[in-house]
Design a protein around this ligand. Structure first.
Ligand code: UDX
Length: 438
């Protein structure tokens, strides 16, 4: 058992803290947000994440997990994870590192010789080397490692307890050997069950995360580019994805064409990566990511164009129901949500848009006061001229078209996620349209 601190208790940090307690460690979660800490300490999850409320309750009950806004309880613990956010800087592509810097600055005075600071946040390459200097200026005998996190929202608990792989970015020499030993102790359980481990230098570990997210974004934009060509020719992108996905070198996962990627990671991470490459004089290497971003943003515009087309050329005065506000299913996260972006564009073009979502309505209401929200599908769809499926929650994918047909004004369905069976909807009398499908 190791005594750990986890600094930053958002999606990443709160889940990491609870999972580390589940693995048997003694963990304190630290965050400056008093409301978040009060909620976590009371066993209430401040965000929607399947399996997390149960894990939080279980870990708190063992007495091995606690939360505080005070940095002092980090003292006397030997491993300190930095899990704070690195959002996109306003008006720029680059990442905003103010939370990472503030965390390390306030942690440093509480470090003892031999302690290990472990960065998990997604940062521009070179940050870890810089932070090592900040740490060692205060505690020369502490070390810093980088251990990027690959968890997906909606699967955060599973991805943390049983990761695909572990990556350690380590300092050179004896400090690196000691850091590896400390991390091996923390991750003894996943390592004992065969989780692959890649050890590297600090810069490589930082780059692994940027490269992984860039590759995933590229896969999604690639298939969405194919969807554009399919639309021009009457071909079906879902069959195309199935066919190319059978090639194990390509693989079918992350080839779902539709409205494209959003969320708090992929969009800002590819932009921050481009910005960092520019600073390093390697901007040419990543110019393709501009195109990946552009293809992705075009999907949202295309969705609005399709809505206009299906409504006979104009959506002025149309009553439109939108199913989904979260950037993906099984999440209440609305950061850079394609669904809300499309909703707002349609509203701006004169439609009356009513959005519903199983979990994200509370968050969406706060940030998008100009849009209308409904708590149920029936309320959102009552009398609608058009229905858009923009986040593929299971309960929306399983909607019975005949029942929904009784509520709406016009039976028109736009499937922004290629999640519905066209034949089922058409045989129930609906006009069904999707991106990249005839
Ligand atoms: C992502 C990475 O997957 C994860 O490894 C990293 O740690 C953080 O960023 P996340 O943002 O939780 O995770 O969501 P993800 O499941 O990757 O989906 C991102 C977006 O891509 C969503 O908007 C989703 O709807 C979209 N997507 C995903 C597609 O449009 N098509 C696909 O085939 C897959």
């Amino acid at each position: 058992m190791t005594a750990l601190s986890v600094i930053g208790c958002g999606y990443l940090g709160a889940v990491h803290a609870a999972c580390m307690a589940k693995l048997g460690h003694d963990v304190v979660g630290i965050d400056v947000d008093e409301a978040k800490i009060a909620s976590l300490q009371a066993g209430r999850a401040p965000f929607f994440e399947p399996g997390f409320p149960e894990l939080l309750a279980e870990s708190l009950a063992t007495g091995r997990l606690s939360f505080t806004t005070d940095m002092a309880p980090a003292q006397g613990r030997s491993v300190h994870f930095v899990c704070v956010g690195t959002p996109q800087r306003a008006g720029e592509f680059a990442a905003d590192l103010r939370y990472v810097d503030a965390s390390v600055d306030s942690l440093a005075p509480f470090l003892s010789p031999g302690d290990l600071v472990v960065g998990k946040s997604t940062v521009p390459v070179g940050t870890a080397a810089r932070l090592t200097e900040v740490v060692q200026a205060v505690q020369p005998e502490a070390n810093l490692a980088w251990n990027p996190e690959f968890l997906r929202e909606g699967f955060a608990v599973k991805d943390t307890l049983t990761p695909d792989r572990l990556v350690y970015g380590l300092p050179a020499g004896a400090a690196g050997d000691r850091a590896k030993q400390q991390l091996d102790e923390v991750y003894a359980t996943p390592l004992s069950t065969g989780t692959p481990l890649v050890t590297a230098d600090l810069a490589t570990a930082e780059l692994v995360k940027a490269a992984a997210n860039s590759f995933l974004a590229t896969k999604i934009s690639f298939i969405n580019a194919m969807a554009e060509v399919c639309e021009a020719t009457g071909a079906d992108v879902t069959l195309l994805a199935d066919a190319i996905g059978h090639d194990p070198r390509i693989g079918r996962r992350f080839l779902n064409a539709g409205l494209g990627f959003g969320g708090g990671c992929l969009p800002k991470d590819i932009r921050a990566f481009m910005a960092r490459a520019g600073e390093l004089g390697a901007d040419q290497a990543l110019t393709f990511l501009r195109e990946i971003d552009a293809i992705n943003m075009r999907r949202r515009v295309r969705m609005v164009d399709l809505a206009r087309e299906v409504c006979g050329g104009s959506i002025v005065g149309a009553r439109i129901a939108v199913l989904g506000a979260a950037f993906k299913p099984d999440s209440d996260d609305i950061r850079d949500s394609p669904a809300l972006n499309v909703s707002a564009q349609m509203q701006l073009q004169g439609a009356t848009v009513v959005v519903t979502d199983p979990e994200a309505v509370t968050n969406a209401r706060k940030q998008w006061p100009g849009l209308r929200f409904a708590d149920t599908v029936d309320e959102a769809a009552a009398g609608a001229d058009l229905v858009l499926l923009l986040t593929e929650w299971r309960e929306y994918v399983e909607i019975d078209p005949t029942e929904l047909g009784r509520i709406v004004g016009e039976k028109r369905m736009l499937d922004g996620r290629n999640a519905l069976q066209p034949s089922v909807w058409r045989s129930a009398g609906w006009t069904y349209r999707a991106l990249g499908r005839p």
